[in-house]
Design a protein. Structure first.
Length: 195
């Protein structure tokens, strides 16, 4: 098995793991809706279900891009993958600031998530960004998610563990997916003699 094939299989494995976790999360929130006591609890669970839907849609687009071998014809799926990730960022900020205890750390995490969303928009719509700049943006996104995870753990030490922890871990797995997609994209370009 060549290296390219191994990378693609690893990429697909990451996405399947994320899908399983996301479906599990969606089921948890669906049960939460039926057991909600207050309107705020119900709205929180519904918002999280929508968030899970965005994540599953994002993964589906990423999977299609993968299965098509990162080629140019599959580029719309790559853009959709990134754009849906922006939606995930936006909904994550809403969930964090509206349905969890707001602390200084949570505000910092929300600001970082907003910056990540902007970086994803640049990756999605910027023309002729180039390989080097694309990788720089990816590393900024990865750094943001690592910092957010550390801040979330510190925050949870103070306010208690909650389900959002899995979201931060999922974000890092999604970053791996983005990195593999970027790698595949530029390898495909190089094979066609493009930059």
């Amino acid at each position: 098995m060549n290296n390219s094939s191994s990378v693609m299989k690893f990429h697909l494995t990451l996405m399947i793991l994320m899908m399983c976790g996301t479906v599990g999360g969606a089921v948890n929130f669906i049960v939460g809706v039926t057991n909600s006591v207050t309107d705020k609890e119900r709205l929180s669970n519904i918002t999280n279900i929508v968030l899970m839907g965005f994540i599953l849609s994002m993964l589906a687009c990423g999977a299609v891009y993968l299965l098509k071998g990162y080629n140019k014809q599959a580029a719309p799926f790559y853009k959709a993958f990134l754009l849906l990730h922006v939606g995930v960022c936006a909904l994550s900020v809403v969930v964090d600031l509206c349905f969890y205890k707001v602390t200084a750390l949570m505000i910092c995490i929300s600001v970082l998530t907003a910056v990540k969303g902007i970086d994803l928009l640049i990756l999605t719509f910027a023309k002729d960004l180039g390989k080097q700049n694309t990788w720089k943006l990816f590393y900024v996104i990865l750094s943001i998610d690592v910092i957010a995870l550390v801040l979330a753990v510190i925050n949870m030490i103070n306010v208690g563990f909650d389900f959002s922890f899995t979201g931060y871990v999922t974000a890092l797995i999604a970053d791996g997916t983005i990195g593999l997609a970027v790698n595949g994209k530029y390898k495909n370009k190089e094979s066609r003699g493009s930059k």
